[in-house]
Design a protein around this ligand. Structure first.
Ligand code: UDX
Length: 446
């Protein structure tokens, strides 16, 4: 099939590349000339394991091309995806102006029957808006081309994006007219060869709401576990044991129950805020979700408060921070807990030496300069002269540090493990002060 993918962010670029990998002919479009130039040279503008190789391979096979002009590629397309950003607007609702702008261009340019697929995460009713926008343009041009609009939210996770796309748990397609299903069976057939039941068809509004529902449910699990871990600290219980005990109930499941410094990223905070706004606009009080957001903000602060409570006075203290990205496997620092934590440490007068295998550049750009914030070339280098180390993101290279080597480099032997990655015994044996999240060796918060 001939596919146009508008938007080369995480979702658009991964989706476009993976669709070309199974043999579709994909043209990716983005207004950002710099990005397109990089991509034309076979360079991925984002860090995502395996993506750049896949881009190069499919470019070599002439199945994947890049352009800044939708007019060059729409003429031949069978399917046009809209995968542009929907940033959080001022009032918390998702801003769909870029989606609308693409719909308008499609309406102006389309010359043959086309399936338009909205992949961006959009508020319920946006596909209706896209349809109206396109139909208005068609009416103005007196064109009788048939354009169908479908919703097809994306569930890929950064860091595992290619695996998630190539081997999906499910593919959700929202169509108001079942006639369009055949297009999606052709498009996604190669991804669900072993289980056609993974292709779930429903109406457009249900599909749009599914995406927000899924992300909000996951955020809820995390906030709940974070609160439970706090209770563990007060009660002398162990959140790891409680998690195992809870997660073995198949109705709950084992995944996404890890306590930490709060969730971040480009999706959870934005999608939870957008669903709250949708509730508000429709006079539905989403009380659970309100609490989820409050708990997450509190959790990010609480993580920093642990460090402040230990030192009492952080003035002039040197703190090494391991991990800036919102999770491992990505250079994405959007809404990363590290931002809140580092800001609080700096506000208290500390010096911060930060390290991240991929996220340092983005962090420095987004966080801005601070006279007491510097970056280290390696994780161990960050420890030199530090009074404490804080593990914020659980990159695998941080998983098994050489604690003796670390002790030689650090000024004080203090470790705050915000991801419960280390064994307390190992650290205690070497004379470290060790705090983690909701495990018995974690110091009681006063
Ligand atoms: C998420 C959804 O998982 C994905 O389906 C959707 O398409 C986009 O949003 P992503 O933002 O890439 O994906 O990250 P994810 O792996 O879901 O992690 C989100 C945040 O939750 C991270 O900050 C992570 O550290 C945190 N998290 C996750 C926990 O604190 N505990 C957990 O048990 C799991």
């Amino acid at each position: 099939m001939r596919v146009v993918m508008v938007g080369t962010g995480y979702v658009g670029l991964v989706s476009g590349t993976c669709l070309s990998e199974v043999g579709h002919n994909v043209a990716c479009v983005d207004l950002n000339e710099e990005k397109i130039k990089l991509l034309k040279d076979g360079t991925s503008p984002i860090y995502e394991p395996g993506l750049e190789n896949l881009i190069r391979r499919n470019m070599e096979h002439d199945r994947l091309t890049f352009t800044t002009r939708i007019s060059e590629v729409l003429g031949n397309a069978d399917v046009a995806f809209i995968a542009v950003g929907t940033p959080e607007g001022e009032d918390g609702s998702a801003d769909v102006r870029y989606v609308e702008a693409v719909a308008e261009s499609i309406g102006k340019l389309v010359e043959r029957n086309l399936m338009v697929v909205v992949k961006s995460t959009v508020p319920v009713g946006t596909c209706d808006l896209v349809e109206e926008t396109i139909q208005k343009q068609l009416a103005q041009r007196q064109s009788n081309v048939k354009v169908t609009v479908a919703s097809n939210p994306e569930f890929l996770k950064e860091g595992d994006a290619i695996g998630d796309f190539m081997k999906p748990d499910r593919i959700i397609v929202g169509l108001n007219d079942p006639e369009g299903q055949a297009v999606f069976r052709d498009l996604y057939g190669p991804f669900v060869l072993d289980d056609q039941g993974k292709l779930l068809f429903m109406d457009r509004r249900s599909s749009e709401l599914t995406k927000y529902g899924a992300n909000s449910m996951l955020a809820t699990r995390i906030s709940f576990m974070n609160e439970l871990s706090l209770l563990c600290e007060r009660l002398g219980a162990d959140i790891d044991k409680v998690r195992q005990g809870i997660g073995t109930d198949p109705r709950i499941g084992k995944k996404f129950l890890y306590a930490g410094p709060g969730y971040g990223g480009s999706c959870f905070p934005k999608d939870v805020a957008a669903l709250l706004k949708t509730g508000e606009k429709n006079a539905v009080e989403l009380e659970v979700l309100n609490a989820v957001t409050r708990a997450n903000v509190a959790q990010k602060n609480r993580a920093a408060d642990k460090i402040i409570a230990h030192f009492k006075d952080l003035n002039g203290k040197r703190i090494a921070v391991w991990g800036l990205a919102f999770k491992p496997g990505t250079d994405d620092v959007r809404e990363a807990p590290a931002k809140t934590i580092i800001q609080k440490l700096l506000d208290q007068g500390a010096y911060v030496v930060a390290h991240d295998p991929q996220g340092q550049g983005n962090f420095a750009r987004e966080f801005g300069d601070h006279e007491r914030l510097v970056y280290a070339d390696s994780s161990y280098e960050a420890l030199r002269g530090a009074d404490a180390m804080v593990l914020v993101t659980e990159w695998s290279e941080y998983r098994r540090p050489n604690w003796d080597k670390a002790a030689d480099m650090m000024a004080g032997k203090v470790v705050f493990d915000l991801r419960n990655q280390y064994q307390s015994q190992e650290l205690h044996d070497r004379g470290y002060h060790y705090e983690c999240m909701g495990r018995p060796d974690s110091k009681l918060l006063s």
